[in-house]
Write a protein that binds this ligand. Structure first.
Ligand SMILES: [Zn+2]
Ligand SMILES: [Zn+2]
Length: 108
């Protein structure tokens, strides 16, 4: 998939599903340990379709510490065997690291 196609697909998904816009990796394309949670979304105030913070639905059981969630490495690798995981499962398939690095520089 090309970068343009990827971004276009993101735009179609709407404000509630901002997952494709969240910054999951650093500039080198490495997965971050924790992600910031969108404070506006918690109050029902976030209407940014391209919000780069995690939109966390209530009742998912994900532990939030200092307004951040820890990323579940197991889920990111493809399989998490915890029945009630308190770590955040990234809801989209991440492109390979070089693509993520290109994406993050593309947005800057
Ligand atoms: Zn938001
Ligand atoms: Zn997990």
């Amino acid at each position: 998939m090309t970068l343009d196609a990827l971004l276009h697909e993101c735009v179609d998904s709407g404000a509630q599903n901002n997952a494709p816009f969240v910054i999951y990796t650093d500039e080198d394309g490495q997965l971050l340990d924790t992600l910031p949670v969108c404070q506006d979304f918690n109050r029902g105030l976030c209407n940014r379709p391209a919000c780069k913070f995690v939109h966390l639905q209530e009742g998912e059981g994900v532990e939030v510490v200092d307004n951040r969630v820890a990323v579940c490495r197991d889920a990111a690798k493809g399989q998490c065997s915890r029945s009630a995981c308190k770590y955040y499962h990234i809801p989209v398939a991440l492109p390979p690291a070089p693509v993520m690095a290109a994406l993050s520089s593309y947005r800057h």
